[in-house]
Design a binder for this molecule. Structure first.
Ligand code: GRF
Length: 196
């Protein structure tokens, strides 16, 4: 059974999809969420973890500062003997020590078809606004290995969706979020079963 650490910064709908898949879906008996860590102490994603009796740690990046925050994050991951780190709506860059010690064991989900519409500052609504502005007919989601940069690691799974029927970023976000929830558990399963 592989142990997952899920890193969040907000509502945690991707976290919920991962939790559900470990409890009754394609990750059942394959993986379990051992700990959920947020860079903010009061996000709903932590409540989702508690509702599933999963250890939920809300660190306060702003009061701890980058160095102390990253030290505590690394300690939690190390002490939980984590196999795979899943960044799910997580908005902080990982420190070098984690990236180096968990090479090819850190996954991130991005709400667009990377390498397009990725990189620093491209998260949440900014992504969908850029996709609409570019008059794209398709968007989608990408799960990739995370490295020391934003959204540049090898792609694990990508799925596209037709958005030609809307020019509203909020509508695009809703469509893409559904795809995210579908492909994240598939990507985790692929990494575990193919040991890629
Ligand atoms: C969403 O914009 C999603 O596209 C991206 O992070 C944001 C929050 O996701 N991955 P979540 O509901 O916290 O998982």
């Amino acid at each position: 059974m592989k142990k997952l650490a899920v890193l969040i910064s907000g509502g945690g709908s991707n976290l919920q999809s991962i939790i559900d898949s470990t409890q009754s879906g394609i990750l059942k008996n394959i993986a379990c969420v051992s700990v959920v860590v947020s860079n903010k102490p009061d996000v709903f994603g932590l409540e989702r973890a508690k509702q599933s009796n999963i250890r939920a740690v809300g660190l306060d990046y702003n009061s701890l500062g980058e160095t102390e925050y990253n030290k505590q994050l690394f300690e939690i991951i190390k002490n939980e003997n984590i196999d795979i780190i899943c960044m799910a709506g997580y908005l902080k860059k990982l420190p070098e020590i984690i990236v180096q010690q968990y090479k090819k064991k850190i996954l991130n989900i991005h709400p667009a078809l990377l390498p397009k519409f990725g990189g620093k500052g491209m998260y949440g609504h900014f992504v969908h606004e850029a996709v609409v502005k570019a008059k794209e007919k398709k968007s989608g989601a990408t799960v990739h290995f995370a490295d020391e940069n934003y959204d540049t690691g090898n792609i694990i799974i990508q799925k596209e969706i037709d958005i030609s029927d809307t020019d509203c970023p909020v509508e695009v976000a809703k469509k893409v979020l559904k795809i995210e929830h579908e492909i994240y558990p598939l990507a985790i399963k692929k990494v575990i079963e193919r040991n890629i």
